[in-house]
Design a protein around this ligand. Sequence first.
Ligand code: SF4
Length: 221
Amino acid sequence: MNKTDKIKFLRLLYQYRAMGFEYFYDYKPSKKFETTTYLSNDLEAIAKSVKGCYLCNLAKNRKNTVFGEGNIHAKVMFIGEAPGANEDEMGKPFVGRAGQLLTKIIENVLQLQRKDVYIANVIKCRPPENRVPTPEEVGECKPYLLQQIKLISPQIIVALGATSFHHLTGEYDTPISKIRGEVLEFAGAKLIPTYHPSFLLRNPSAKKDVFEDMLKVKAML
Ligand code: SF4
């Protein structure tokens, strides 16, 4: 772990302590792709279950759940971290400034329409103040995402940002800056991690890296 990652991790621990956590279970999701058999094989039915889900504390403050949207037969699936304020308001993923940037990337680099791909998040309800979801929250919510991936069965999954990559793969010790642009295997698909559009809004110089990563995606379509 480099110094920046250590500072970020420490900040996260302070946030958790402020929320009342005293310790964590050693949450390490399986690196194998395992879906949960109790979930439906129908995406609409799962979305309905998510609407009525109170498995973690994030249910308390949400306005809407944000299940995901797009082509259920998409070749490309984008997976972000969690809904923000705009997404919580509208019940749709990536509709704020970061979402507009993601749409531009899809249209201008992949030369697809947003409706051609599928977009979802690791977590379906907005964490307060857009904090990083806790391992426990991800542990409760991730089965919905895994079932979405199984049913959509994309050829390519783009993990947007460190939280998405880490929780999908369990590779917590690998910084996104080191792994972005690599073509990995996950759930029978090619997994390409890249930076989150919100990161690009704060660090426009990283757009060229994402452009390169998306050209790899385009070449595989
Ligand atoms: S974040 Fe996921 S697990 Fe938590 S209440 Fe929302 S849908 Fe349920």
